[in-house]
Design a protein around this ligand. Structure first.
Ligand code: NCD
Length: 319
């Protein structure tokens, strides 16, 4: 099966965040992703929508899922895919982000996918290139393709995104996944709750329309979706929790806390998981309730859809 023919879903050249998307564009991206889910389950997985196109992956931070799925997505769509490892590039020799951007731009890529530890760095790079740029995570700011794949996972299980109660639990403060999900899910009509110790909740986050809970059982009460987040120690300056053992006791998802949620509540996690810290293995591995590996499968399809939209002629014609 080949993906459906595609009306342009984005009136923008880049995908830098959920900000800028509309409910209609999100629904269109998810619909196109569905056709890639089907294609990926076929024996013949290749399409040629990006044949002759060049995709550059530029990751300044470690990654397993995001990087592999963008690379595989580009290859399955027929693009030439270049992986730039920051450890072995001229960035290690002191080249600035803008010089790196202009150097890559001189080779006429069609799409650059960037992950960077600083919020705003991906937008800065996008301002210095002529091609489409996709944000694969910038500091604690945004990770739009993660929120899109989470939305696809939820829509597949619950049949809709509106009217759902979603609890995002854990290190909200340092999480770009939380920020992109709050924006996307609120826009699509879900009710978002944030469950975390006060030290891990950014001030004034309620302004984004989410309700904040510091008691996990209260926060999970009657929830349809539970999204767990890792403690992102690499972005922490100082100590935010007394100990991981204590953290697990109050904020780790286990069977006893899970009982507060709806019996059909779906468990999600963007990965990588820290078992025994934010989630217990018993619930993480329960395939009747956990969608964690399905998120990985759907992440590939969502990235194919985003590359299709931003990397093909259809996009160039309408921008
Ligand atoms: C997340 C990230 O990098 O922001 N991981 C991912 O992309 N799947 C979450 C995390 O690192 O904890």
């Amino acid at each position: 099966m080949q993906p459906v023919s595609w009306p342009n879903a984005l009136s923008q050249r880049d995908l830098l965040g959920i900000e800028g998307l509309t409910p209609d564009s999100v629904a269109s991206i998810l619909d196109l992703s569905e056709s890639y889910v089907a294609l990926n389950r076929d024996a013949q997985k290749k399409s040629d929508v990006l044949s002759g196109r060049t995709l550059i992956l530029l990751f300044f931070e470690t990654s397993t899922r995001t990087r592999t799925s963008f690379e595989l997505a580009g290859k399955r769509l027929g693009a030439d895919v270049i992986n730039i490892s920051v450890a072995s590039s001229a960035i290690k020799k002191g080249e600035t982000l803008i010089d790196t951007a202009m150097t890559l731009n001189a080779m006429h890529p069609d799409v650059i996918v960037v992950r960077h530890p600083d919020a705003g760095a991906v937008r800065l790079l996008a301002n210095h290139v002529n091609c489409a740029v996709i944000n694969a995570g910038d500091g604690s700011h945004e990770h739009p393709t993660q929120a899109l794949l989470d939305a696809l996972t939820i829509r597949r299980h619950k049949g809709r995104l509106d009217g759902l109660r979603v609890a995002i639990c854990g290190d909200i403060m340092h999480s770009r996944v939380a920020r992109s999900n709050i924006l996307l899910l609120s826009m699509m009509g879900s009710q978002v709750r944030l469950v975390a110790p006060p030290t891990l909740v950014p001030t004034a986050i309620e302004r984004m329309g989410a309700e904040v809970f510091s008691d996990m059982r209260e926060g999970l009460m009657d929830c349809d979706i539970i999204m767990m987040l890792r403690l992102q120690a690499e972005r922490m300056q100082g100590t935010f929790v007394p100990s991981t053992r204590e953290y697990f006791r109050y904020f780790g998802l286990d069977e006893s806390k899970l009982a507060a949620a709806r019996p059909d509540a779906l468990i999600m996690h963007p990965g990588p998981m820290n078992r025994g810290v934010e989630i217990d293995s018993v619930v993480a591995d329960d395939i009747t309730r956990s969608a964690i590996l399905e998120q990985v499968e759907l992440g590939l399809a969502v990235r194919q859809a985003c590359l299709d939209i931003l990397g093909s002629d259809k996009n160039r014609e309408t921008i």
